[in-house]
Ligand binder design. Structure first.
Ligand code: URA
Length: 433
């Protein structure tokens, strides 16, 4: 078999066999297929797409390219949650302790941020002492004892995807449904969970900008999961503006803890409850969605989820005092107010631009070797649909530079204000099961 023939086969719109795909993944992972051929292949997939069987074969080949995590020493149905990436998305810090408080084990591996989206692991490291690397035994023990552990992705989990994702990032082949679906699902399958809840984002800050494309991605991932015996559900949720008000590492931990403490940040609380309800139903903790949602609402309001979060933070060496007193989280030297230059309704907050602005402050990485500053970030003071007056503060930049002029300009451009009244965007579009 020759790679050039397989590239041609895909380029001409033909379906690849399981053997073809296994050949590509195996030989790309071990270095026999060079990046230039794999780039051509990714571009051929980008334009020609893949059939369901090909996507399933690609997913399984990538999942099998490295370690698979064996979660069988953990009792119960293990449910994982994955978001396709957004700005200000801190639901994991609310959902996972909430699900743990319902007695459902969560053994979760997460990634770091790159570009405009933040990473769960980076955010947790804003908490002094928190360990994101545990041995396998510590990870399993923590889940058995406390129902929750969250660690960085093991180095050899789906290495084929790791290599291919980095290549796609620089060859304009990220936003392809077969490639995203197989990339995400290969890691979820190798991570060992029995069931998976996916939060597929749609809108300006998401990979998939249209609802149609987001639904297609969600359908594809649900069908892959179910075909390989992992009960999978997807929720399609809005990313036309950041989730909640805080963007940045310490900022997002702070906002998640506030929700765990009863603050009603509407979109964040609602989406967290939605995802947690589906997870607990898949784990058979509750008989149906409605019972799950109502019971979890109580666990959020009576502090059980907050206690589960603190137990989890302490179990991985994190400083719980900074959770009880959020002022002890990393702080910046400067807090720069960004003011509206006209009155009117907020009609748009471009999530991707806000994410890029936060990255430029130091909250994220432009390249994977950049060092992040956990203290910096952005607090939005308004969301789409709010009316504001000229001169009102629309956002605060938490910065360690006293004059982040270019970031102020970026943020002003990201927030659109108009005289015309604007409805709040829909948060939850569809559940696919
Ligand atoms: N996240 C992934 O892990 N892979 C993709 O292709 C896109 C988002």
């Amino acid at each position: 078999m020759r790679m050039v023939d397989l590239i041609q086969k895909k380029r001409d719109g033909n379906a690849l066999s399981a053997e073809d795909i296994q050949f590509i993944v195996h030989n790309y992972t071990n270095g026999n297929i060079p990046d230039y051929q794999m780039s051509a292949f990714a571009m051929a997939v980008y334009f020609q797409g893949m059939e369901d069987d090909e996507i399933a074969d690609l997913t399984l080949a990538m999942a099998g390219s490295g370690d698979s995590i064996d979660l069988t020493p953990i009792e119960g149905i293990k449910v994982d949650k994955h978001s396709t990436g957004g700005v200000g998305d801190k639901t994991s810090f609310i959902v996972t302790p909430l699900v743990a408080a319902a007695g459902v084990p969560v053994a979760k591996m997460s990634g770091r941020g790159l570009g405009h989206t933040g990473g769960t692991i980076d955010k947790l490291e804003a908490i002094e002492g928190f360990q994101t690397e545990l041995t396998r035994d510590q990870f399993i023990d923590n889940v058995n004892k406390h129902k929750l552990s969250l660690v960085g992705q093991s180095g050899n989990l789906a290495p084929a995807d790791k290599k291919l994702y980095a290549l796609r990032d620089v060859t304009a082949t990220v936003d392809s449904i077969p490639l995203i679906a197989s990339s995400i699902m290969s890691k979820k399958i190798a991570s060992g969970a029995d069931a998976i809840v996916l939060d597929v984002k749609t809108g300006s800050g998401a990979f998939m900008k249209t609802l149609e494309a987001s639904k297609a991605l969600a359908n594809e991932m649900v069908s892959i999961g179910n075909n390989v015996g992992r009960n999978t559900i997807a929720v399609v949720s809005d990313m036309n503006q950041p989730l909640g008000y805080e963007i940045g590492n310490a900022n997002e931990i702070k906002e998640a803890v506030e929700v765990l403490n009863g603050r009603n940040i509407e979109d964040l609380r609602k989406l967290s409850l939605e995802l947690a309800a589906h997870m607990t139903v898949l784990a058979e903790a509750y008989p149906d969605y409605k019972t799950a949602y109502q019971t979890l609402q109580k666990k959020l309001d009576n502090g059980e989820a907050y206690e589960a979060f603190k137990t989890f933070i302490a179990s991985q060496g994190g400083d719980v005092a900074s959770i009880d007193d959020l002022d002890q989280l990393p702080q910046t030297e400067y807090h720069v107010e960004v003011k509206a230059e006209q009155s009117g309704y907020v009609t748009g907050i471009d999530a991707e631009s806000v994410g890029v602005a936060a990255m430029h402050l130091g909250a994220g990485r432009a390249t994977k070797d950049d060092v992040i500053d956990h203290a910096v970030g952005i607090t939005l003071k308004h969301k789409i649909g709010d009316y504001i007056n000229n001169g009102d503060v629309i956002a605060v930049l938490h910065s360690n530079s006293n004059n982040p002029t270019s970031v102020i300009e970026q943020l002003k451009h990201a927030i659109a204000i108009s005289k015309e009244e604007q409805q709040k965007p829909v948060l939850l579009y569809k559940v696919i099961d």
